[in-house]
Design a protein around this ligand. Structure first.
Ligand code: HEM
Length: 410
């Protein structure tokens, strides 16, 4: 098995300025299961083929999430501090018990309808402010409108509070990227974490007092009152949903707009009505693969791709690589807006599959629908700035000019 010393997969810079797609394509072709070491002794196995990534996702018995799903997210033998209490870092049976109230209250049909309406209103209002010739940074002016809509509904807060929460979670997660926090990352991280936790805890307190249960936070607060979950669990999972929602879809939205500009002839098919927004959304999700990988720890030996990964090993599941696997996707390196039967793995699979996937899909589809009917378009006027992260693929800056739709050209 290939062993890579000082692998570029550890490097946020490589993901910002290098070509991780080509690096992963080479691994997928020649070394689909490989080991990546760093000089401090950290080591992980990398799965790059679709079938292997999928097999790992659905084997939540052999592969544990409770040691953190990010490289460097936590260190053995000490588990993640939220381990077993927060969805993303909980194994069975705790995971199922936590997931139930969150899914029932945050992602039921009524909530999704409300979320869709709020996101559409936000996007529409933001686009209505713009005239042909305006220049703006899409990633800062429009993209945040998507998760803001989700927060407004799930957390039962107004637009201003949603903006505050959004900015705090951004600082908390994007702390390695100077675009978000300047030059004092550690202080910013600690402050931002405390700010987000205080904010959510205040909301829980308010809902406990009022008894309201018509949003996700209210529902969780009433579960606390009835003694069904602890207040810590409500708080940590409010945080998980806020971060999960805020740090993904805005990046997907920015990458979507950049892709529309690059793939104008494909986009024209949608404008001409030759492809539905629903089908196109799946291809934007495959193409952007915002969450590049997740990590697991093997609790027993795990056979995959013709190898046996020993117990107690970190394993990374590369979504971005699985989504370009030619054994599943025809012409995987081409953006095909009407790709049929799109089995993209952007949201993972198995019990941990993104709980926010229906909301995220709705957000991106709503953006696409609103852009398609806008009559104007965004032309990218400067090289987009990629996020310094190997975990999230996104843009910290996307300078665009508003043009007439027909002037984007095909
Ligand atoms: C395009 C946008 C998104 C992408 C690409 C994405 C990706 C993912 C992936 C790959 C996982 C699986 C993690 C694992 O298996 O360890 C996940 C889990 C999760 N996501 Fe998302 N996500 C997105 C949007 C959202 C939204 C909008 C929310 C909330 C509003 C959200 C909340 C969560 C939560 C709470 C989990 C943990 C679920 C669990 O462990 O059971 N995500 N997401």
């Amino acid at each position: 098995m290939l062993v890579v010393e000082d692998s570029p997969l550890y490097s946020a810079d490589f993901f910002a300025v290098g070509d991780p797609w080509a690096y992963l394509a080479d691994l997928r072709e020649n070394n689909p299961v490989s080991i990546h070491r760093r000089s401090d002794g950290y080591e992980f196995y990398a799965l790059t083929r679709y079938d292997d990534v999928y097999a790992a996702y659905v084997d939540h018995i052999r592969l544990s999430s409770s040691y953190g799903t990010m490289i460097d997210g936590s260190y053995r033998p000490q588990k993640d501090s939220a381990s077993g209490r927060m969805l993303i870092v909980a194994d069975q049976p705790a995971h199922t018990a936590i997931k139930k109230p969150i899914k029932a209250s945050g992602f039921n049909r009524t909530m999704l309808e409300r979320t869709g309406r709020t996101v559409r209103r936000n996007i529409r209002n933001a686009l209505a402010e713009l005239s042909v010739g305006d220049r703006l940074d899409f990633s800062k002016v429009i993209a945040p409108e998507l998760p803001k809509g989700v927060l407004e509904v799930l957390f039962g807060i107004g637009s201003k509070d949603a903006t505050v929460l959004l900015e705090a979670t951004r600082t908390m997660i994007g702390y390695r990227d100077e675009a978000y926090v300047g030059t004092s990352p550690l202080d910013s991280l600690v402050d931002a974490q405390l700010e987000v936790l205080d904010f959510i805890d205040d909301l829980i307190e308010q809902r406990i007092r009022s008894g309201a249960d018509d949003d996700m936070i209210g529902f969780l607060a009433q579960c606390v009152t009835r003694g069904e979950i602890s207040r810590d669990v409500a708080l940590l999972n409010g945080l998980n949903v806020a971060v999960g929602g805020n740090e993904t879809t805005p990046h997907t939205a920015s990458l979507t707009v950049d892709t529309i500009h690059r793939e104008r002839s494909q986009w024209q098919k949608l404008i001409d009505g030759d492809v539905s927004c629903e089908v196109a959304t799946q291809e934007f999700l495959r193409w952007t693969s915002t969450n590049s990988y997740v990590q697991r720890l093997t609790v027993t030996d795990f056979a995959v791709g013709g190898y046996v990964i020993p117990a107690d090993s970190f394993v990374t599941l590369w979504n971005m690589s699985a989504n370009r696997d030619s054994s599943v996707f025809e012409h995987p390196d081409s953006f095909v807006i009407d790709r049929p039967n799109n089995k993209q793995l952007a949201f993972g699979a198995g019990v941990h599959r993104c709980i926010g996937a229906p909301a995220a899909t709705l957000e991106i589809q709503t953006l696409i629908e609103e852009l398609a009917s806008w009559g104007k378009a965004f032309a990218v006027v400067e090289t987009p700035q990629r996020l310094h992260s190997n975990f999230m693929l996104g843009l910290t800056e996307l300078q665009v000019e508003v043009v007439k739709s027909k002037d984007l050209g095909a």
